[in-house]
Design a binder for this molecule. Structure first.
Ligand SMILES: *Cc1c(COP(=O)(O)O)cnc(C)c1O
Length: 402
């Protein structure tokens, strides 16, 4: 396989000494080696076992032998994700499988500090680990650096600071570099759930973050046909990273949270068009956010593209785009919000996000949703449909509650 780490000679741009852009890497990374009759795509490897004596190894370099330890289709996806994030990726059966493996980096008796608005599955899992007395759990406001510093100082045992930015679904933006500096000063590790931004919009490992997790289910796959996750660790040789890579790999192998080969194939196919999909979706998201601010049924719009959004300045510095998720609050609370979801025809009333089709959901309909999320908040995942069609359908649905 060509070496496509952005600094490798193969990744240089026609001898002009410039690394390939993420847009190009999304297309070229994770392919079989060039050669006569070579397949362009790594095929779906459907096997549970391998005959001995070959050269295939697991990500730790051990002879493969059995398919719970590794699979060439996973490796192709892991190579592409690793190149895009600037690290080493391990794929999992789901985003939650990846979250669980990352939380496992905290030894028993340690602490995880979570943002109050973190993904509800991450909240629920840390709550479970707390009930099992494996970890202590603290809640922090990531936009309050003094508060995070104090929580880090108070935390018992080895500590992991969990960062989401922008958060789901409040779209708060956290200062990843500042939080990483605070955590490292306190001897804590930092994890970033990069699902919302994707490596195209921000690369936390470059800011010194210790571990990145993804729900590959969302933007990376992009077609609402796959459930998959990934953990990405810094490049081999980074202090501490090799040990953590071994811990995460062992967790995957022994808990059996392994991806299906077909899912890995579909995710890599989806990843090829991530730059195009994201460009379209986030341009539409920004346009819809701008228009929604003036709709009489809307009381608040959350999207970092808006100049008066609390996260706007930070997102401009930290991200290469504002993302494709918009949250709105509507006049008349929960019933009105439900009525909007009932009234849309093009938008799909469904959970999840990051696919080519636009989805709308009142988040508090889930009992597990953190209560900092307003009852009337609707989360919009903007897909790649024509923005005028999306606007007509949404504004008409909002007109029904005025
Ligand atoms: C969906 C999601 C997850 C969980 O991923 P699954 O693939 O559903 O297991 C984790 N974090 C965020 C931010 C998500 O949106």
């Amino acid at each position: 396989m060509p070496d496509l780490t952005p600094t490798s000679p193969d990744a240089q741009d026609g001898g002009r000494d410039r690394a390939l852009t993420p847009e190009t890497l999304a297309v070229v990374a994770g392919r079989p080696a060039r050669g006569a009759d070579a397949q362009l795509n790594t095929p779906v490897s459907l096997t549970s076992t391998y005959m001995g004596g070959g050269s295939l190894t697991d990500p730790a370099g051990t002879a493969l032998g059995y398919a719970r330890f590794g699979n060439p289709t996973w490796s192709a996806l892991e190579e592409a994700l690793g190149v895009l994030e600037g690290g080493r990726a391990l794929t999992f059966a789901s985003g939650m499988g990846a979250v669980a493996a990352a939380l496992h980096l905290v030894p028993a008796g340690g602490t995880v500090l979570l943002p109050h608005g973190a993904y509800n599955g991450t909240h629920a899992l840390s709550q479970l680990l707390l009930e099992q007395q494996r970890l202590a759990v603290g809640l922090v406001d990531l936009t309050d650096l003094d508060g995070v510093r104090a929580a880090l100082a108070d935390a018992a045992g080895p500590t992991l600071l969990w960062v989401e930015s922008p958060t789901n679904p409040l779209l708060e933006v956290a200062d990843i570099a500042a939080l990483t500096a605070l955590a490292h000063e306190a001897g804590a590790l930092v994890a970033v759930d990069n699902t919302f931004a994707t490596p195209l919009l921000q690369r936390p490992l470059a800011a010194g973050v210790d571990v990145v997790v993804h729900s590959v289910t969302k933007f990376l796959s992009g077609h609402s046909d796959v459930v998959l996750g990934a953990v990405v660790l810094p490049p081999a040789g980074t202090p501490g990273a090799d040990e953590r890579h071994a811990v995460v790999l062992r967790h995957r192998t022994l808990h059996g949270a392994i991806p299906g080969p077909l899912e890995a194939f579909l995710a890599l196919r989806g990843l090829r068009t991530l730059p195009l999909r994201l460009r379209q979706s986030q341009a539409s998201a920004a346009e819809l956010a701008r228009r929604l601010q003036h709709h009489p049924a809307v009381t608040r719009v959350r999207h970092p593209s808006l100049p008066d959004d609390p996260g706007h300045e930070l997102a401009r510095r930290q991200m290469d785009g504002f993302g494709a998720i918009v949250s709105i609050e509507v006049l008349g609370s929960r019933t009105a919000a439900d009525a909007v979801v009932d009234a849309v025809r093009l938008w799909v009333p469904a959970t999840s996000l990051g696919g080519v089709e636009s989805l709308i959901e009142r988040r508090r309909r889930h009992a597990s949703e953190p209560h900092v999320v307003p009852e009337d908040l609707l989360r919009l995942s903007v897909g790649v449909e024509d923005v005028e069609d999306l606007w007509r359908d949404l504004s008409r649905a909002l007109d029904t509650i005025r």
